[in-house]
Design a protein around this ligand. Structure first.
Ligand code: ATP
Length: 504
């Protein structure tokens, strides 16, 4: 069962209504995608599976939905204003702009080797080479010229500027007064909303260490080179947990979350064998991280790329916001008016003394999850009759449509009315989306539902309504299984329980 290439996935997504280019009718906006009728269902199902597993099935987690636009001070004191940047480099010949490491990755091995040689670095240590290029920009520009680094757009050797940092946060004005202070940022990660609400959640839930706060929401990154379909976008969605624990227990919790997250991916149809665990080298760690495991999924065409980061953020964020509150005089102000301590501390579970907790952060991208789940499910099969079919073997809980109910004749009221009644009854069971499908012939309907991963098609025919030859089949329907293609006759009165049982 050959899996699909990235091209085949992109084509299926557009053809069947999973994913469209953003602002497409005006030529599209690079790095922005819209989720269509089936995409929104799949996305919601992935998010629901994550929430169920990380919030409902645990006893140490709370949920949150914080606002997207944040006070500039939050992003200043989180370190993002100063450090949330990627190195960019321009080609003066055509004014094209690239992310330095992406540009280097796109070069032939002998060019990469030459750049490394000229920089006095080891070509096999890519991270160290990129770091050297960043810290020695004049030498970097000269090395790019001498090694003949080509522009991926024109294919010609570029005239390269010195690399410089480009901050990836989207800034926006707030309110009608556009003075210098009236701006905020679209959050580049959902995490900061959790840190700024840490005290509110602790005070309103009486949580004690260890415990976590989970959030799913949009984040925005002005990526220099958005690419590879929904893999690298400028508007993304994240599923993040900040798990707070006592200092000294952080390493143990880090291992706990690594295991938990790998198991979750497996439950969504993304096997462990397809994920490499990268213990991120020190020079590559984000400014807040003590240690990070990146889960690198083997994407079609792209190879191993990050699907989730599991970071030990230490006490960096809460510590930094606490310090800033003190410096800005905010702690004293809050303390005058309330009994709670504004400092972002919590009693240590053993000593009861206030402590800034350590944080483990599993952070997964919804868009990258969609791509992985779709790619694992995408299957091409040759049937016994020699025909080829494309089928999305999605886990049933993720399938955008759980059941399609198909009337065999769409102009026969006695058949359509039964099909509509069955649709309504199945919908009432809370399985997820059930579709009444009378848009074409039965063969086409089956093909369409194979391609979008509908686990079951239910067909109402003449026998069902007593107008066929076999009277034993009255009040029964045919149920077709997406994966085995087996067709079974099931009593309408048993259908709901039959399907619920199979979906489970
Ligand atoms: P990368 O190195 O690929 O740029 P990152 O290390 O910056 O990713 P994190 O800051 O760890 O990513 O973000 C957590 C998760 O958010 C990532 O594992 C990924 O799933 C998702 N993510 C981050 N940036 C993007 C993006 N531009 N488009 C889609 N998803 C993203």
């Amino acid at each position: 069962m050959p899996a699909g290439s990235m091209e085949e996935l992109v084509s299926l997504c557009k053809r069947r209504g999973f994913i469209f280019q953003g602002s497409e009718i005006y030529g599209g906006l690079q790095g922005f995608y819209d989720y269509g009728p089936l995409g929104v269902e799949l996305k919601n199902n992935i998010k629901a599976a994550w929430w169920r597993s990380n919030v409902y099935e645990r006893d140490d987690m709370e949920g949150l939905d914080a606002s997207i636009i944040m006070h500039r001070m939050v992003l200043r004191h989180s370190g993002h204003e100063a450090t949330f940047s990627d190195p960019m480099i321009d080609n003066k010949k055509n004014n094209k702009r690239y992310r330095l490491d992406h540009l280097l990755k796109d070069q032939k091995p002998d060019v990469q080797k030459k750049v490394a040689e000229l920089m006095g670095e080891d070509a096999d240590n890519f991270a160290a080479l990129v770091a050297a290029l960043n810290t020695r920009p004049t030498q970097a520009s000269a090395a790019f010229k001498e090694a003949g680094v080509r522009d991926p757009f024109s294919g010609e050797v570029g005239e390269w500027t010195e690399p410089k940092p480009f901050n990836m946060m989207f800034k926006t004005t707030i309110g009608p007064v556009a003075d210098e202070e009236s701006y905020g940022y679209l959050r580049p990660e959902t995490a900061q909303g959790i840190f700024t609400n840490f005290k509110n959640v602790v005070d309103s839930t009486s949580r004690r260490l260890p415990f976590g706060i989970a959030q799913i929401g949009k984040a925005f990154r002005n990526e220099i080179t958005p690419r590879n379909f929904i893999f690298r976008v400028r508007e993304l969605e994240q599923m993040e947990i900040e798990f707070f624990c006592a200092p000294g227990t952080d390493e143990e919790w880090h291992e706990h979350w690594l295991e938990k997250r790998l198991k979750w991916w497996e439950d969504q149809g993304v096997p462990r064998g397809k994920i490499e665990i990268l213990d991120v080298p020190r020079e590559d760690l984000a400014h807040y991280s003590k240690r990070t495991y990146d889960l690198m999924y083997d994407y079609p065409t792209l190879g191993h790329e990050e699907i989730e980061g599991i970071a030990n953020r230490s006490d960096y964020d809460l510590g930094s916001h606490t310090k800033a509150q003190g410096e800005l005089g905010l702690v004293a102000k809050v303390e005058e008016n309330s009994d709670s301590i504004a400092k972002l501390t919590i009693p240590h579970p053993e000593t009861n003394k206030p402590v800034v907790p350590f944080v483990i952060e599993p952070s997964a991208g919804v868009d990258r999850a969609m791509l992985a789940v779709l790619s694992e499910a995408f299957t091409k099969e040759t049937l016994d009759n020699g025909n080829e079919r494309i089928v999305l073997k999605l886990k049933p809980h993720l399938a955008p449509i759980k059941v399609a109910v198909i009337p065999l004749a769409r102009n026969k009221e006695e058949i359509t009315s039964v099909a509509k009644r069955i649709k309504a009854e199945l919908q009432g069971l809370g399985l997820g989306r059930v579709l009444y499908e009378d848009s074409g012939n039965i063969g086409k309907a089956y093909r369409r539902h194979d391609e979008v991963g509908t686990p079951f098609c239910v067909t109402v025919d003449f026998d069902t309504v007593g107008k066929g030859e076999d009277t034993a089949l009255v009040d029964t329907v045919t149920v077709r299984d997406r994966d085995t293609l087996a067709q079974e006759r099931v009593k309408i009165s048993d259908l709901g329980a039959w399907i619920q049982n199979k979906l489970r």
